[in-house]
Design a protein around this ligand. Sequence first.
Ligand code: PMP
Length: 414
Amino acid sequence: LWNDHPMNWTLARRTQAMNPSVIREILKVTERPDIISFAGGLPAPDTFPVEALRQATDQVLSRDGRAALQYAASEGFGPLREAVAAQLRGQGMGVDAGQVLITTGSQQALDLVGKVLIDAGSRVLVESPTYLGALQAFAPMEPAFAAVPSDAEGPDPEALARLATAGATPARCAYLLPNFQNPSGRTLSAARRDELVATAQRAGLPLVEDNPYGDLWFDAPPPPPLAARWAEGCLYLGSFSKVLAPGLRLGYVVAPRAVFPKLLQAKQAADLHTPGFNQRIVARLLEDGFLERHVPTIRARYRAQCAAMLAALEREMAGLDVRWNAPEGGMFLWVRLPAGLDATALLPEAVNAGVAYVPGAAFFAEAPDVRTLRLSFVTASVEQIDRGIAALAAVVRAAQAKPTPATQVLAAAE
Ligand code: PMP
């Protein structure tokens, strides 16, 4: 009886722009225990401060339990906003707590920024490659993405200037990841930051600066944020996911007064507020200086794992035309395979050989470089890194030895 009324749902046009994340699809395959996965974008769970969170949770419940469990302000928990502002002032940004909007992960901040800045057809400039999750967050607003060409130092300022004004209307914003970029691990030099900000100022181009990895530097902190150079023209996004735990879902966006109220209204509509319980727990950890003691332990660990992966690449890729960068922090390293190889096509063979990565093509809004791939060095042990990179090198070597489809075609024609 209940099945007598089939229904043809008509979905909103924007759903056509929603797609399953390529990475999540790959992760499903790589969850097999026999596979060494460099594919995940997850922090190392050993770094999650379970005991400190237990104590802070206890304190919140015993001192402030009822308020912590009540509905709360959409802006966020006052002491947490203050602590975030103070931390950013330490990096040279002129921020007061009233400009800090606490969000449910910085992923929500990307969603809110998309809603507030982007109309259907708006041009949005992105790096090449860029963070896939931002493309996903912005896509339902139906922007026209334009990829800014870049070199090893980051997006090219001249290209940014050109693309800012190339369309019928000026580009709405440029989305930039200055520190230890996901996926490429790249960091913008201080000089490049100056040039990009000067270019954006001349063009009146707003910047969306996404910085979840900036605290995870290995030897020296990165140069100050873009927002420290141009507070009026930047939306700055940060996160506690990589320095505490992503399961807390705590991030923030710092906005100039011209934009803050609209982000706040979008936040209200989305989820009223980020859990006040979690915000109080993290505020406690910041108050007693825990984060300052904790983050150096993550840095040391990731630095050693990155060094192990670089050493394994040196050793195993010898004689192969494989290139990679040496990140100065963060979680990822970017690899380029020899000409003629396609990292997406090669993935099934790599998985058969017991190693997984994310093909780079997914991270390009335009003109994907199919030879690229992303490796995370943070979740595998050093022993797994050694074995995994050896397996990957064997796969690349075997693929190079095989005649490519093009040579097969030529051979058949002869
Ligand atoms: N931006 C970038 C560049 C990221 O890599 C991530 C997490 N993978 C996010 C934003 C979102 O992080 P979260 O929502 O956990 O703060």
